[in-house]
Design a protein around this ligand. Structure first.
Ligand code: GLC
Length: 796
């Protein structure tokens, strides 16, 4: 792949295959991180080497203590390098010493991060990875000196600060009273745990439970000294860049372990290297249920060969997982995101880690991880099915659901949000459309307040019923404590305010489930849902059309939000895009509301969620109005919703707008000085025009758009779309795209699609051939399992 270097590459670049992002300047504008995880354990590591580690829940069960501070990014773990003769001290990653490297690269890849540096005549390669199955984090280290250099007596020092519980833990003076550490010289390991876990739960008393995990930091090579106390390591008045313990040959390592210290782990290993005799070794951080199992697990991985095998398995796992569905566009800076990075972001950071540098959550959002799980639809639908069952089990018998819940403690947040429960129906329908398998409807899950397992069909029915109960006399659903937009938190607390977006969302769901019931042979339910759809469409068009776009919501007092005469929040994106996506807008209104989006909301940073932003809090609307203007939901580009705008534009055949929106969203083409955030993953939001930092990326590795963008590009831009009739081909390419290609699985077959623009064809005209034969209506209805189907799509 050729990709010319531009200003966007000032701090780093993608490798030619797009699978690695190489940061070459150790001072990018902000922490540029990787979230490396398996389904249970993981870590976040920034280009400075800082970050956290967790097991099962990145908020409630955080092993390595990290303090969120994006301007001063030095906390968590460090790897020091020391010249035992000269006393020179530096770090294998920029934090905490900030050495002057002769050469530096931080390579973030799928499943690993490598710091590759040259300083003080030593090349150090430090690779962090997580085993694909076990709760084990690997710090593989290789040190070498140049042929021209002499032998060197070095030391490597692994350092981390124990958290062993809920994070953030700002009251360290309280928390540390419960921690316990021990040094196990025979296993070259420091173990740590805590006798108090302040995770809120009704199941045990206040501050009255052990943290249920123990962790071990073990060395793969002999250890010369170990320290367990922070003050002893740092020294009085010490600095992280030169802690007292590393100040010279006679530095004290009192080795303070037990229950009466400020627990850290520091392991010093003396290492000799010479030309042609590199050092191969490293450290392992493992977590288990007790000190013995943690130490045993760490020991199993504490060798260079075991670490390399584990990392290779992780890297191969990602490759294999993502290999089945890939696409090719004429945008070399888009393909690495769509094929690798965004799906990795959705799986590693959102579904597994539920963590990033901007939000360390650990919880499952009812609507969030369901949407994120769409990333599995093409490559491993069984995992999406598991996610659906998990969420079904977090519904109450009356159909309502918890807005989020914490794995481990099962603490859930009950709100008056009105859309959460319906995402279950949305994702389940997408799953059935993808796989054609109605069997999922028989999958069972209990209710939170009724332990008897009930089929998914029942869960979905109850969600529909519950939302029908919450409908205004004129047929629009109530907005309650918020719909998709969490920040519209006060619009309808009195259960009278209505949501236009929710009406549109629900109308489309009624269509989907009407079809599903028809296929199940339940004509009565199919008809009832179809009637509900018609009523919703009529209500939206009768009450919510503002003249040039759809309004967004009414307050409890009946006044509108999102109308032309308003000072703030005059037009909202979602009310337009979903009117199009869910066939609520008749054609003329669909075109007009998309024009309005283009006129009022499309900026060069993407489509804004609303405009103008609120400039002062409005307590009749909610906390969206309390963000500074242009930030997040308050008039920023909320990428989750901005991706839906791409789909809506494609659905209406507006190729130019599709192209504009796509490049506005693409972090890999941004000027890093203005944008600031990582070029290889999507942010949650980008500042809108009312922010002095218009175009600044925020909240990377966040939920929402990472799973949606690859899906929207596949299904709407390249137009390869699962429908109830079969796989449809209806691309809407940006005008400057001459071709595109994709391979994806479809019901047991492999479909290879080549899309070409053909001169002489009319605009919007599409001709589809499968294995050389013309396909009627552009829909391939039947495929044989195991078959390879070659599809050519010609567009005007
Ligand atoms: C956050 C929430 C998500 C919500 C969005 C818009 O991303 O996690 O559930 O839909 O904000 O408010």
């Amino acid at each position: 792949m050729t990709r010319e270097r531009t200003d966007a590459d000032r701090y780093g670049h993608f490798t030619p295959d797009g699978r690695e992002y190489v940061i070459t300047d150790p001072r990018p504008p902000r922490p540029w991180v990787n979230v490396i995880a398996n389904p249970r354990a993981g870590l976040v590591v920034s280009h400075t080497g800082s970050g956290l580690s967790w097991i099962d829940n990145s908020q409630l069960a955080v092993v390595v203590r990290w303090q969120q501070d994006l301007a001063d990014d030095r906390s968590g773990r460090f790897l020091y390098l020391l010249d035992r003769d000269s006393g020179a001290l530096w770090s294998a990653a920029p934090a905490p010493c900030w050495p002057r490297y002769d050469r530096f690269a931080c390579r973030h890849g799928l499943g690993y991060t490598t710091f590759d540096s040259h300083a003080h005549g030593v090349r150090a390669q430090w690779t962090l990875s997580v085993d694909p199955e076990e709760a084990v984090e690997l710090w593989r280290l290789r040190l070498e000196v140049a042929e021209s250099g002499g032998a060197r007596r070095l030391a490597v020092v692994a350092f981390l600060e124990w958290n062993c519980g809920v994070a953030p833990a700002p009251r360290r003076e309280f928390q540390k009273l419960f921690l316990e550490t021990a040094w196990r010289p025979g296993q070259r390991a420091i173990v740590a745990g805590s006798h108090m876990w302040d995770a809120p739960s009704e199941r045990w008393g206040h501050w009255n439970r052990d943290f249920p995990f123990w962790s071990a930091l073990a060395a793969a090579q002999p250890v010369a000294a170990a320290e367990g106390d922070k003050a002893a390591f740092l020294g009085r008045g010490g600095a992280w860049s030169r802690p007292a313990a590393l100040a010279g040959a006679d530095a004290a390592w009192p080795g303070l372990f037990g229950r009466h210290h400020d627990p850290v782990a520091a392991l010093l290993c003396a290492v000799d290297v010479a030309p042609g005799r590199p050092f191969e070794g490293g450290f392992v951080l493992a977590t288990g249920e007790d000190p013995d199992s943690a130490t045993e697990l760490a020991g199993r991985f504490a060798s260079p060969a075991a670490m390399d095998a584990s990392r290779q398995a992780a890297v191969d796992g990602w490759r294999e997982l993502l290999a089945g569905h890939r696409l090719e566009t004429p945008e070399p800076r888009l393909d690495p995101l769509l094929n690798d990075w965004l799906r990795y972001q959705a799986i590693s950071a959102r579904l597994w880690g539920r963590a990033g540098y901007y939000q360390q959550s650990g919880a499952y959002g009812f609507r969030d991880q369901l949407q994120d799980s769409q990333v599995w639809l093409t490559v491993d639908p069984a995992r999406c099915r598991e996610q659906i069952a998990l969420h079904a089990g977090h519904q109450f018998a009356d159909g309502s659901v918890v807005h989020w819940w914490h794995p481990l403690t099962e603490q859930g947040h009950v709100t008056r949000m009105t859309d959460d429960l319906l995402w279950l129906a949305f994702v389940a329908a997408a799953w059935i459309r993808e796989t054609g398998d109605l069997g999922i409807l028989d999958d069972t899950a209990p209710y939170l307040d009724d332990a008897r397992p009930r089929p998914l069909l029942d869960h979905v029915e109850r969600a529909f019923r519950r939302s029908a109960e919450r409908t205004s006399p004129r047929g629009l659903p109530y907005i309650g404590g918020g719909d998709w937009n969490d920040g519209l938190s006060a619009v309808g607390l009195g259960e009278r305010g209505e949501s236009v977006w929710l009406a549109e969302f629900l109308a489309g769901l009624c269509a989907e489930w009407s079809e599903i019931h028809r296929r199940r042979g339940d004509a009565a339910r199919a008809e009832a849902l179809e009637a509900r759809r018609v009523a919703l469409v009529a209500a939206v068009n009768e009450h919510a059309w503002d003249g040039a776009w759809y309004r967004r919501a009414t307050r409890d007092d009946g006044s509108w939000i999102g109308s032309a005469g308003h000072e703030f929040g005059r037009i909202f994106l979602n009310a337009q895009t979903w009117a199009i996506l869910h066939d609520v807008a008749p054609p003329e209104r669909a075109a007009r509301c998309l024009d309005a989006v283009e006129e009022h909301l499309v900026s060069d940073a993407g489509a804004l969620l609303l405009a103008p932003a609120w400039e002062r809090p409005d307590e009749t609307v909610g906390y969206v109005t309390r963000y500074a203007p242009g930030l997040r939901e308050n008039g920023g580009v909320y990428t989750h919703a901005a991706v839906w705008a791409v789909a809506a534009a494609a659905k209406l055949g507006r190729g130019a707008l599709v192209g504009r929106l796509l490049s506005a969203l693409n972090p890999a083409v941004k000027d890093p000085e203005r944008y600031g955030a990582e070029p290889y993953v999507l942010p949650g939001n980008v500042d809108g025009p009312q922010s002095p930092h218009h175009g600044r990326g925020g909240w990377t590795w966040y939920t929402g758009s990472a799973a949606w963008l690859p899906r929207v590009v596949s299904e709407w831009v390249l137009g390869v779309r699962p429908t109830w009739r079969g796989l449809a081909f209806a691309p809407c390419l940006p005008p400057d795209w001459g071709r595109a290609a994709m391979v994806r699985p479809w019901r047991g077959a492999t479909v290879r699609v080549e899309i070409v623009r053909q001169a002489g064809m009319g605009e919007g005209e599409v001709v589809v051939e499968a294995d050389g034969a013309l396909v009627r209506d552009g829909v391939v209805e039947e495929v044989e399992a195991g078959a390879e189907v070659a599809v050519t799509v010609r567009v005007g």
